[in-house]
Design a protein around this ligand. Structure first.
Ligand SMILES: Cc1cc2nc3c(=O)[nH]c(=O)nc-3n(C[C@H](O)[C@H](O)[C@H](O)COP(=O)(O)OP(=O)(O)OC[C@H]3O[C@@H](n4cnc5c(N)ncnc54)[C@H](O)[C@@H]3O)c2cc1C
Ligand code: SF4
Ligand code: SF4
Ligand code: SF4
Length: 367
C-alpha cells in the first residue's frame, strides 16, 4: 500500500505538489492526525507514528491520478475537456455583487441564491488578506459571501509596500477542517476552487470519504496558473506593465493578466510573460477549465463585466435556469454564435495547457 511517504517521493520531491491540501485535509478530518500543512501550505508529517498506512492520501492526490477512470465516470467526463452541456455568459443583477466581482459576479450570485433557498449552509471560498494574497474560509452569511467576491487589490496608501512573499494561491480544501468541526450547524456546503482542488475533492467523493460528504456543489475556476512571488518579481511586474501598485484598482486574469488602474486605464500582460512567477506545480497541470466541476467559471470569451459559465451536468443546468429568473441575467442581443465561439477559446486554452504540461513532464521539474 502506497502512503504519504510515496507522495513525498513521487510528488513533492519532484516539485509537482499542487498544495491542493487534499492529503492533509483527509488525514485531519478522519482524525488520524498524521499530517499537517506548513505555513506555505505544503503537506508534511505532523506525527509520523500516527500514520496507519491507510493509503487514502495517496489515492486522492490529483498528481498521482490513481482514480482517473472512477473520477471520469462520476462526473460524466468526455474528451477533451470534460462534459459540456451549455456555455453561457451572464452577470449578477445585484449592484453590490457587481461592484465587488471579478467578472460578472455569477459565482457570488449563485452562492447567495443557494444559501437564501437553504440549499447550502455555507460556502468554502477565499477572501483577500493583503496585496495579492487570499485566505480560504467558510462563508456563512450574505456579508461573508460578498466579502469573498472578486480578485481585488488594496489601494490604500502603503498597503502595497510591505515586504515578503505574495501568493495568489488559496488552499481552500484545508478549510474543511473547520467545516467538520462545525458539522452540527454546517451540513451542506458549496466549494469554490481552482481545477486542482476540485479534482482532489472529487476523488474523495469517488471513495465516499470525509469531508466530501458535506459538499453539495463544486464551482470550478478557469485557471492558467497561480503565482508566487517576492518583492523583486513584483517590481519587475510593475516595469513590464508600466504601472505603480499604488494606482491599481483591480486585477483579473482572462486571455492576459489585466491590471485595472484607478484612472480607468487597463494594462494587459500576456500570461506567457509571467512564467517567472508561476508556481512550479502549475507547469505540470493539465486542467484549464475545471473539468470535474458542476459549473466552471472564467472571464475568457466574455465581455468585460460578464462571466463565462460552462454547465457540466443537469444539476448545473437547473441552477442556472432558476438563477436566470431570480438573480442573474444574460446580455441582451447576445450573438447566437457565443457558445460555439466561447467553446473554441476554452478548447484552445485547454489544449495549450495540456501541451505545455506534457512537454514540461518530459523535461522534468523546474529547479
Ligand atoms: C488564481 C486564478 C486564476 C484564474 N485564471 C483564469 C484564467 O486564466 N482565465 C479565465 O478566464 N479566468 C480565470 N480565473 C477566473 C476568473 O478570475 C473569475 O474568478 C471567474 O471569471 C469568476 O468571476 P465572477 O465575477 O463570477 O466571480 P466572483 O463572483 O467575483 O467570485 C469569485 C470567487 O472566486 C474565489 N476566489 C478568488 N480568488 C481565489 C483564489 N486565489 N483561489 C481560490 N478561490 C478564489 C472567491 O472566493 C469567490 O468565491 C482565475 C481565477 C483565479 C482565482
Ligand atoms: S494515515 Fe492514511 S491519510 Fe494519513 S498519512 Fe497515513 S496513509 Fe496518509
Ligand atoms: S494531495 Fe495535493 S497537497 Fe497532497 S501531495 Fe498531492 S498535490 Fe500535494
Ligand atoms: S494551474 Fe491552477 S489548477 Fe493547476 S495546479 Fe496551478 S493552481 Fe492548481
Amino acid at each position: 500500500m502506497k502512503t504519504f511517504k510515496d507522495l513525498i517521493a513521487e510528488v513533492q520531491e519532484k516539485g509537482r505538489c499542487h498544495r491542493c491540501g487534499g492529503c492533509v485535509t483527509f488525514c485531519e478530518t478522519v482524525n488520524y492526525g498524521a499530517l499537517e500543512a506548513d505555513p506555505e501550505g505544503t503537506p508534511r508529517f505532523k506525527d509520523e507514528k500516527k500514520c496507519i498506512e491507510c493509503g487514502l492520501c495517496y489515492m486522492i492526490c490529483p498528481v498521482i491520478d490513481e482514480l482517473a477512470d472512477e473520477l471520469k465516470a462520476l462526473t460524466g467526463w468526455r474528451e477533451p475537456i470534460g462534459a459540456v452541456l451549455e456555455i453561457k455568459t451572464a452577470r449578477s443583477r445585484d449592484p453590490e455583487v457587481l461592484n465587488r466581482a471579478t467578472d460578472g459576479g455569477v459565482i457570488t450570485a449563485l452562492l447567495l441564491y443557494l444559501r437564501e433557498r437553504g440549499h447550502i449552509d455555507g460556502a468554502v471560498v477565499s477572501r483577500k488578506t493583503g496585496l495579492f494574497n487570499r485566505q480560504p474560509f467558510l462563508a456563512r452569511s450574505r456579508e461573508e459571501i460578498l466579502e469573498a467576491a472578486g480578485f481585488h487589490f488594496d489601494t490604500l496608501p502603503g498597503t502595497g509596500l510591505f515586504p515578503g512573499v505574495y501568493s495568489t494561491y488559496s488552499p481552500s480544501v484545508l478549510t474543511f477542517k473547520e467545516v467538520q468541526e462545525r458539522k452540527r450547524q454546517v451540513k451542506k456546503v458549496a466549494f469554490v476552487g481552482p481545477p486542482c482542488q476540485i479534482d482532489t475533492m472529487r476523488r474523495m467523493q469517488v471513495l465516499g470519504i470525509v469531508p466530501s460528504d458535506t459538499v453539495r456543489c463544486y464551482f470550478g475556476l478557469f485557471c492558467s496558473g497561480n503565482f508566487i512571488f517576492g518583492e523583486e518579481e513584483r517590481r519587475h511586474l510593475e516595469r513590464l506593465g508600466r504601472f505603480d501598485w499604488a494606482t491599481v484598482r483591480k486585477v483579473n486574469i482572462k486571455e492576459d493578466l489585466l491590471i485595472h488602474l484607478s484612472d480607468g486605464q487597463v494594462r494587459r500582460l500576456p500570461l506567457e510573460e509571467l512564467d517567472f512567477m508561476k508556481r512550479t506545480a502549475c507547469f505540470f497541470c493539465r486542467d484549464y477549465s475545471a473539468e470535474y466541476a458542476d459549473l466552471s467559471f472564467g472571464g475568457l470569451a466574455s465581455e468585460e463585466g460578464w462571466t463565462t459559465v460552462v454547465v457540466r451536468n443537469e444539476w448545473g443546468r437547473l441552477l442556472m435556469k432558476e438563477a436566470l429568473i431570480a438573480s442573474i441575467e444574460e446580455p441582451k442581443g447576445l450573438s447566437p454564435q457565443f457558445p460555439d465561439e466561447a467553446l473554441e477559446k476554452i478548447l484552445e486554452w485547454s489544449r495549450r495547457k495540456k501541451e505545455r504540461a506534457e512537454n514540461r513532464g518530459k523535461v522534468g521539474p523546474l529547479s
